[in-house]
Design a protein around this ligand. Structure first.
Ligand code: DAH
Length: 350
């Protein structure tokens, strides 16, 4: 085959090469060991010196030409391939990004933390106790022996006989803390936690709720200290203009016992449905720690006195946020929970 024909055929084949694979085949056909050019080079020996020189130069020129053509097409095919890959894997930076949903504190958690901060600032420690409790701490050492009629007020979930129960109040943490204080020194604690009662759930009852308990034991503590503490807490939670009052009450673990009320923040005591037209809202129970309770935990009630109080975190949250059904705290509707998230609108639109 003569060199001109080889060149023509090469040019036409090159024109049809669409991708790097077919280009590689052309390279092998025209420049490889079995190619026409190699054959022709091998045959040079059969030619005369003159012809050999002339033919040798032509073969080389054609070889160089073919090599250059292949190289330049290879470059442009590679570029096309890179562009295609870039095109197909392109990231559209104008697409809206996925919103990251951020969790937020539950309203009960928020209220609890707010109250904790208030008491921590006054030197109280936050203490927790077990939710599965012994009858001993939940009742007996709080001056509620077996068969005491006041036990009925807290319809209790018992586990295994009558020794273990789901605590019906956070007051057992008082007993545990006083027992654990071996030196019998002063105590200032706040005990928030879950409590359980066999109540039928409705708008104002839940079999599981959160109590916040406080205990202060020291020398020369009086009911006036309790009043001052409660008064400050109510102003902290419901505003500077709140008034507070105590009404006589009964709890076996305190003597005297009181109900603690705050003046209605909604109607300024003119009368509304929140305060049931009385101008006052009941927050919880309290009193001076009963001498029996102090003595049973190893404190000398002649030397030490103390006050204790307990109230529901749900109740405070309902009042503060205007929530009318306690069950909404527990049925895990995210639309409800997210109302309390300051970041609403930023991250939680989806
Ligand atoms: N444990 C009481 C209850 O669940 C609340 C309470 C009242 C706690 C008086 C106290 C207290 O510490 O002194 O109804």
């Amino acid at each position: 085959m003569n060199l001109e024909t080889v060149k023509k055929e090469f040019i036409s084949e090159l024109g049809n090469a669409q991708d790097l694979n077919s280009l590689n085949e052309i390279r092998i056909n025209y420049l490889g060991k079995k190619s026409v050019l190699t054959e022709l080079s091998k045959n040079l020996g059969n030619l005369s010196l003159e012809e050999r020189k002339e033919q040798g130069v032509k073969i080389n020129e054609l070889r160089n030409f073919i090599t250059e053509q292949i190289e330049s097409l290879k470059e442009s095919l590679e570029l096309t391939k890179i562009n295609q890959t870039l095109e197909s894997s392109k990231i559209d930076v104008t697409l809206p990004a996925f919103k990251i949903k951020q969790g937020s504190a539950h309203p009960i958690e928020k209220i609890t933390e707010q109250i904790e901060e208030f008491f921590i600032a006054m030197g109280y420690d936050v203490v927790e106790g077990p939710e599965v409790e012994q009858d001993l701490y939940n009742f007996e050492m709080l001056n509620l022996p077996k068969g005491h009629p006041a036990r009925d007020a807290q319809d209790t979930f018992y586990i295994k006989g009558d020794e273990f129960l789901l605590r019906s109040q956070t007051s057992p943490v008082q007993v545990r803390t006083m027992l654990a204080n071996k030196e019998k020194t002063a105590i200032r604690i706040l005990c928030p936690g879950k409590t359980y009662r066999r109540d039928n759930d409705d708008a104002s009852h839940s079999h599981n709720f959160t109590q916040i308990e406080g205990l202060l034991v020291d020398k020369n503590i009086s009911l006036a200290d309790l009043k001052g503490t409660f008064d400050l807490l109510m102003k902290h939670l419901f505003g500077e203009n709140r008034l507070t009052r105590f009404r006589p009450s009964y709890y076996p673990f305190t003597e005297p016992s009181v109900e603690m009320d705050v003046s209605c923040f909604n109607c300024q005591q003119k009368g509304c449905n929140i305060c049931k037209n009385t101008g006052w809202i009941t927050i919880g129970g309290a009193g001076m720690v009963h001498p029996n309770v102090l003595n049973m935990s190893g404190y000398d009630s002649e030397k030490y006195t103390g006050f204790a109080f307990g109230f529901g975190a749900e109740r405070i949250a309902m009042l503060k946020y205007g929530i009318t059904d306690i069950r909404t705290f527990y049925n895990n509707d995210l639309r409800f929970i997210r109302q309390f998230d300051q970041r609403v609108g930023e991250n939680n639109e989806n």
